[in-house]
Design a protein around this ligand. Structure first.
Ligand SMILES: Nc1ccn([C@@H]2O[C@H](COP(=O)(O)OP(=O)(O)OP(=O)(O)O)[C@@H](O)[C@H]2O)c(=O)n1
Ligand SMILES: C[C@](O)(CO)[C@H](O)COP(=O)(O)O
Length: 219
């Protein structure tokens, strides 16, 4: 199975608050985007396409040599859509990954690929919800407890049969902004399977996450 990776790296990282775009922020001396690309390659992606902020192409070319860069869009959905346009029809599977999940173990990539190989059209890595989970009203008061047994936290890379993903994006409104790519294929009616995620694949969103990732690398 020929698999190509897409790394969504065109965000600004407002919540991290760094001086540079989040994907270029170093973790143990290597930019987050480089970790994400290396994980995809180690897990089985033959090539990687990276969606980047258009004004930062030169910096990304230096940070991740050997990948194809495309200009990202105003939302994650738009960035993945742009990257998908350069994935050729010879490709069987597409792995869409966040630059913001730098320490994802290659085993997670391999699990996603194995499920695709067994015929699933779409696969996401997930983890259980371990905290009590509640609904609150507009004032923040708890109004109900949500049964957590069937809830899952969704990670990346998310894997897709290429044709399924391309057709789902083609059917999606131009200005659609969904939180992940599994939602795009579900909107088109395709089933989404799950495999085990990994706590090490946590997303770097706020400064504490980056500090935790630094500790994780040093262990
Ligand atoms: N227009 C965008 C927005 C986000 N992303 C990517 O989607 C991933 C997940 O997004 P998130 O962690 O929310 O990153 P940012 O949008 O950069 O963060 P923030 O919301 O704090 O600005 C990141 O790797 C980010 O680079 C993207 O490719 N294009
Ligand atoms: C794609 C994702 O990482 C799956 O959990 C997540 O939805 C990205 O969310 P964000 O709103 O872009 O931070």
């Amino acid at each position: 199975m020929l698999a190509v990776g897409i790394v969504a790296a065109a965000g600004s990282g407002l919540r991290l608050g760094a001086d540079a775009p989040k994907a270029l922020v170093p973790l143990a001396g290597r930019p987050l985007v480089r970790w994400a690309v290396d994980t995809l390659r180690a897990g089985g992606a033959a090539e990687v396409v990276v969606a980047v902020p258009p004004a930062e192409r030169a910096a990304f070319a230096a940070a991740v040599p050997g990948v194809r860069l495309v200009d990202g869009g105003a939302s994650r959905t738009a960035s993945v859509r742009a990257a998908l346009t350069v994935v050729g029809p010879e490709v069987d599977a597409v792995l869409v990954h966040d630059a913001a999940r730098p320490l994802t173990p290659p085993e997670v990539v391999a699990r996603v690929l194995a499920a695709l190989d067994q015929g699933a059209p779409a696969v996401v890595p997930v983890l259980p919800v371990v905290d009590t989970t509640v609904l609150v009203d507009d004032g923040g008061a708890v109004v109900d407890v949500v049964p957590r047994a069937p809830l899952r936290r969704v990670q990346t890379p998310q894997g897709f049969d290429r044709r399924t993903l391309v057709e789902a994006y083609a059917a999606l409104a131009d200005d659609a902004d969904l939180t992940d790519d599994a939602a795009v294929v579900r909107a088109a009616g395709a089933p989404v399977a799950t495999v085990a995620g990994d706590e090490r694949a946590a997303k770097v969103t706020v400064p504490h996450d980056l500090a935790m990732a630094e500790l994780q690398v040093r262990r």
